[in-house]
Design a protein around this ligand. Sequence first.
Ligand code: ADP
Ligand code: ZN
Ligand code: ZN
Length: 803
Amino acid sequence: MKIASVIVDVPTKQTDRPFDYLVPDEWDEVIQPGMRVIVPFGPRKIQGFVTEIKTESEVKQLREMIEPMDLEPVLNKELLHLGEWLTETTLCFKIFAYQAMLPAALKAKYEKKVKLAPGMKEECLPEAIQSFFINNNSLDWDKALKNGLVSILQREAAKGFLEVVYVVKERVKKKQMKVVSPLMSTADLKIEMERLPSNAEKQKQVLHFFLDHPNPIELRQLLAEANASTATVKALVEKKLLSEEEMEVYRDPFEHRIFEHSTPLPLTSAQADVIEPILASIESEKHEVFLLYGVTGSGKTEIYLQSIQKVIEKGEEAIVLVPEISLTPQMVNRFKGRFGDLVAVLHSGLSAGEKYDEWRKIQRKEVKVVVGARSAIFAPFENIGIIIIDEEHETSYKQEDMPRYHARDVAIERAKTYHCPVVLGSATPSLESFARAQKKVYQLLTLSSRMNERPLPSVEIVDMREELRAGNRSMFSRKLFEMLKDRIEKKQQSVLFLNKRGHSSFVMCRDCGYVVNCPNCEISLTYHRAGSRMKCHYCGYEDHIPKACPECSSEYIRYFGSGTQKVEEELGKILPEARVIRMDVDTTGRKGSHERLLKDFQDGKADILLGTQMIAKGLDFPNITLVGVLSADTMLHLPDFRSSEKTFQLLTQVSGRAGRHQLPGEVVIQTYTPEHYSIELAGTQNYAFFYHREMMMRKLHHYPPFYYLVLITLTHENLMSVVSETEKIVNFVRSQVSNQAVILGPAASPIPRINNRYRYQCLIKYKREPHLTRILKKILDQYQTETKNGLQVSIDINPFILM
Ligand code: ADP
Ligand code: ZN
Ligand code: ZN
C-alpha cells in the first residue's frame, strides 16, 4: 500500500503541512515525489504536490487521491528540499514555495486527453474506440465523457494501452508539427512499392523518396521535396506504409535571429588572475562565493563565458541571472553566440508558452545553460556546476511577494548542494556583498580597468539651482544643451536618462498648490497623456483630469514633473533638428518593440536615445559619446535607507554607457544637490570612497550590513485597529528579543493607505537573535488563523522596499 504526502493548494496557516492520501492501485507505479496530483479536500477537488511516498501514515482514515497531473515529476528531489528551505527562511506557505519554482504555464488550467501509450497501436484496442486513436490522435476527456467511453478507456488504460495526458489550454499549447516516417525497412518498402498498382504514380514517387531518405521528415518538407499532395501521403498512411505523427516543436523566441558565433578570447593577465580561482573551484567541486568586482567594460562577461565553458566540458550545467531590464538581445546573443542551442532563455518578455518551452528544454536536459531573470534561479537542472549573478547589487533579485526570497540566497543554497561556485558580478557591488568580501566570507576578485585601458568617461556635475539663478528655466542646463548640439553636428549619439523611479508626473494647481491624490491610497495620481487621465499606480484608480481645481476653482490646474514625453516635447522645441527615440513603458509595451527601438538607434536612425531605467544598462554602442542624466536626485529623497546606494549605482551605471569604444565619452549629471556624497562620488566613479562613506552612515543608523532587518506590516480598513494591533506586536516582539535589538514602531508606512486599507509597520533591527524565526512564526500563526477580523499581516525578512 502506497501513501503519498501532499502539499495542497490551499494557502492558509492550517493547511500549510503535508496531507496523506492513499495511492490507488492504478496509479501505484505512476506517482512519484515532485509530481502534481488532484486530491479530494473536503468537498472539493484540488491540486497538490507529492512530497513523499511512504507505506505508513499516522492518519487512520485515509482518502484516495484522484489522479496524477503529470507524467513525470515537475520538481526534482533537490527542488523539493529547497522548497522547505524557502519556507523556513522566508516564512511563506509551502505551496507558494513550490509554485514559485514552476513556469506560469504549469499553474494554468489543463486540458485532459487520452492517448495511445508509447509504442501501442490502435489495433490493440476494442473496435468501438479504435477510430479515435488512428494516426496517433488523442481523445478529449470531455468527449469521452459525453460518449460514455470512460469505463472502457479506463480498462484499456489499466492494460497499459492508453494513457492520460494533460495539455495546457490553447493559450500556451505546445507547438506541433506533422512528421512522416516510413513504417518498414527500405527493402520492405521497395517490395511494397512494386506491389502498388501501376496507376499509383504519385504514391510510388513518395515511397521512392523514402528509399533515398529513410528518416522521418516534416510533412511540409516532404510535400515540397517529393512533389506530392497531402492526399497521397494520407493514402500511404492508410496502407500502413508510412506513419504521420504530431511532434512537439519548441517555439524558439529567437528563431529568426542569427547568432554571430564567438570563440573564447585570449584573456588579459588581469582576467587570467581572476578566472583562475573560479576554475579551481569548478575543478575541485568546492563551493565558494566569489565577488567579481569590475567596472563596466572590464571584461566580466568573458570571465562568465569561459567559466561556463569549463562547466559544460565537465558535463555540468550553468545558471546565469541577469536583471530583467538587462536581458537585452545583445546580452542574450553573447551567450547564444558562444554556446548556441545549449542556451535556454527565461525572461518576462516571453509568452507563457515560450517560457514553458524553455523550461522543458531545461527539464529534458537539452540545454546546459540558462540565462534568465530572478526566477531562473529555480531552473530544474540536476547537475549544476556554476551559478552566476550579474549586476548582483540589483534590487530586482529580491521578490516582493511570497515567497519573499532573494535570488542570491537561493543561489548560494543550491550551490552548496551541488558543491559549485557562485560568482556575483558588479561594478558597484551591494554594500552587503562588499562587506562580506571584506570579511573574507566571499572571495573578492577585482578587474580594475577597462579592456584596452580605455579611460572612463569624464563626468561633469551641473548644479541646476545655479541654472535657475541664471534665468534658465528649462529642464536642460546650458552645458548639456551645448553638448547635445555639438554631438548632433559631429554625427555622434547621445543618451538622455530620466530617473522615473519614485518620480512621476502629478497634477497640481498652479494657483493654490493643490495636488490631486488617490482617494484610496494617499499618494499623488500619475498623469497619463493618453485620454488625458490620472491613474493611481497602487490601486488602479483612475479619473479624468479636472477642468478646474477642486480646492480653489482655478483653471490653471495642470501636470507637473518631467515624464519622458515631456522631455521629448521640450527637445523638439530647443533642438528641432534632433532625431529622438523614446524608450519607456509606453513605447516598449508591445513584444519586440524594445529590441526594434534599440536596433534603430544602433543603425543610426536617431541622434538621441531618451529613456528611463531600462536604458541604464547593457547598451554598448560605439557611437555613444554623451550621456546626460536629467535629474539625479529624484531617487535620493525616497524613504529608503538604500537611496544613496541606489543613486550611486545608477549614476555609475549610466555613466558607463558612454565612450565604451574608440571615441571618448562625456557625462553630464544635472542635480539640485551636487554636494550629496553619492552624487559627488558617482562623478568620480569612486566606489571605494563611496563604500566607506556609506558604511559609516549605515553603522550610525543601525542598518544593513551591520544589522539585519525584518519588516512587519499590518493592514486594515480601520485605522484604530491597525494601530492597536501593531502596538501589540511591537510589545510582543520587544518582550521576546534581546536588548541588542532595536524595535521601531508602530509607525505609519511611508505609503500610509493603499486601496482603503491603512498600513502600519514595525521594523526590527538586530544582530543576533537565534529565536527570531520562532517569534515571527508565532505572530504569523496568531494572525493568519485570525483573518476573519480582516487584519492582514505580512513579514518581510531582509526587506528591500520599506514602503
Ligand atoms: P563587462 O561585462 O565587465 O561590462 P565585457 O565582458 O562586456 O565587460 O567586456 C568589454 C568589452 O571587451 C567587450 O566588447 C568584450 O568583447 C571585450 N573583451 C573582453 N575580454 C576580452 C579579451 N580578453 N580580449 C579582447 N577583448 C575582450
Ligand atoms: Zn487650486
Ligand atoms: Zn490608489
